[in-house]
Ligand binder design. Structure first.
Ligand code: HEM
Length: 505
């Protein structure tokens, strides 16, 4: 056959096959008779996401359109059918009561070829359960209080360096808040999880800092990552990996050196930290055969989860919080008054009791997590066919579920005037009235955030340090209103937040 007819039939055949595959894939909810949002070919419902729209906008639009009509509604992430859960009762069953059917997230991980993916956030099935049991046996949630001194040591360095910087500029300067709080969080991670002290206000370009910002491989491609999410077994077969081998090697070597220092040279840190907890666990587990000891690789994965799960979420929350306080000085003043009163009651000794008594500051933090929910949705995979109680609705094995936390946090049924930043939303009288599941910034159930208490402590300590001594106001570089970076799944400000910082007495 001549070249042109052959080319024509090849193109025609490929186009027909694509058309067929797209039609079959995007007809899934129709074939199952499930209420669904009509998809646009071939994007499903993701048209413009990543460029013009943030994923949370799409989820909120579908949530607002269908809530009250059914417990869930079907939609498509490109060709992948997904279910958006619409009511709090179903959420309660999925995350908590019947969580055994929804223990997985269905994210891609590859223990053999991508060591850093061996972390609690990404792993599923027996791999996750095995690690989860080992970590649970360490009772680390209970031990987090013992780590406050280590956290306060980081805070002290941060506070001293910042004071020096502000004093040098005649007590007032325009500052990149995003960088400032991110630096504080990196110092917390490097010190508590990797045993490496940092001082980000003075030294920003350390190797640790660079690796925290560049752990994704340089030729990362969103489309390939999407394919790995849809076809994980195939992706493992072709040894697909996401993390930069350089970052992987760096974190592995760092942890292995630090573990050697602590285990064989017996260099105990002055303050108890996560690395010491993992280190000690190896001695305990040698005696207790029920739980096998954590190996180096698992410790690297745990330490890395501080960066993967904790860095952007905490940094974005702190930056958004200071932005909101700069726009509403009366709320900022009230927070400062509370911090000063509580601290002076405890002779300026920042401790667990002080953090407990900072009721209004916690309202502010919760309001930030509500309005700027860093993880705008939770993800679950149905691992067994499941009928929602008292209904005719069936979730099939393999269905991916999305719980739209950000949309729920903006639902006027649960929060009056939801677009306004108002810490009174979390006044105890308001919170008590709210149903379970209406505030889920850290998720809920067995796969909820493992570090919720630690993250809250870390953010409160930072806010106390900043608000006690400084006032924050908008400056010429402040972008108002704040918009989110559409290219991220997380809700993270698009532009760095700049504010004027002024020393106050
Ligand atoms: C503002 C701060 C933070 C927020 C809002 C946050 C939120 C979340 C959310 C929503 C999840 C998923 C929950 C679910 O699916 O039900 C999660 C999981 C997780 N978070 Fe956090 N997180 C924060 C900070 C941290 C920090 C500092 C760490 C450090 C270790 C951390 C470690 C993890 C891990 C390991 C998981 C996976 C748990 C599992 O699947 O077993 N998070 N977090």
């Amino acid at each position: 056959m001549d070249f042109f007819p052959r080319l024509f039939w090849t193109l025609f055949g490929t186009a027909s096959l694509c058309y067929f595959v797209i039609n079959v894939a995007l007809g899934y909810w129709k074939r199952r008779g499930i209420l669904h949002e009509k998809p646009k070919k071939p994007w499903g419902h993701l048209k413009g996401v990543g460029r013009k729209r943030h994923i949370s906008e799409v989820l909120q639009t579908i949530y607002n359109k269908y809530k009250g009509q059914a417990p869930f509604v079907g939609f498509y992430a490109l060709l992948k059918p997904m279910l958006l859960i619409l009511d709090l009762e179903s959420i309660h069953y999925i995350l908590l009561k019947d969580s055994k059917y929804f223990m997985d997230r269905g994210l891609y991980y590859n223990i053999q070829d991508d060591y850093l993916s061996q972390n609690q956030l990404q792993m599923d099935g027996p791999d996750w359960q095995h690690l989860h049991l080992k970590l649970k046996s360490l009772q680390w949630q209970e031990k987090i209080q013992n780590m406050l001194p280590a956290l306060l040591k980081v805070q002290q360095t941060f506070s001293n360096s910042l004071r020096e910087k502000v004093t040098k500029s005649q007590n007032k300067l325009n500052i990149n808040i995003t960088e400032l709080v991110e630096g504080y969080n990196i110092d917390c991670i490097s010190s508590l999880a990797f045993g490496l002290e940092g001082d980000s206000v003075r030294y920003r370009n350390t190797q640790f800092h660079t690796m925290c910002k560049s752990y994704i491989k340089s030729n990362f491609n969103v489309f390939k990552a999407y394919l790995a999410f849809c076809f994980p077994s195939l992706a493992r077969l072709v040894q697909y990996y996401m993390y930069s081998p350089k970052a992987s090697q760096y974190f592995q070597k760092l942890i292995s050196d630090k573990l050697n220092e602590r285990e064989y040279q017996h260099t105990q840190p002055l303050q108890y930290d996560f690395l010491q907890l993992w280190c000690d666990s190896r001695k305990i587990s040698q005696r207790n055969q029920i739980f096998k000891k954590l190996d180096n690789q698992e410790i690297v994965g745990q330490a890395f989860s501080f960066i993967l799960a904790g860095l952007e979420s905490s940094s974005s929350t702190l930056a958004c919080c200071l932005y909101e306080l700069a726009l509403q000085p009366e709320i900022q003043d009230k927070a400062r008054r509370e911090i000063r009163e509580v601290l002076s009651k405890h002779k300026d000794n920042l401790n667990e009791t002080v953090l407990k008594e900072l009721v209004y500051l916690k309202q502010i933090l919760n309001e930030t997590l509500r309005k700027h929910t860093p993880y705008p949705f939770l993800l679950r995979l149905t691992t067994k066919d499941y009928e929602l109680p008292d209904s005719v609705f069936m979730l099939r094995e393999g269905n991916h579920l999305i719980i739209p936390t950000s949309a729920i946090h903006h639902d006027a049924m649960y929060y009056s005037n939801p677009d306004k930043f108002d810490p009174e939303h979390f006044h105890s009288k308001q919170s008590e009235k709210r149903p379970v599941g209406a505030f889920l910034p850290y998720g809920m159930g067995p796969r909820a955030c493992v570090a919720q208490h630690f993250a809250q402590q870390q953010m409160l300590v930072c806010l106390v340090t900043l608000l006690q001594h400084y006032e924050f106001t908008p400056c010429a570089e402040t972008t108002i209103p704040l918009t989110y970076d559409n290219s991220k799944l997380m809700k993270k400000p698009k532009n760095d937040i700049w504010l004027t910082i002024t020393s106050v007495r």
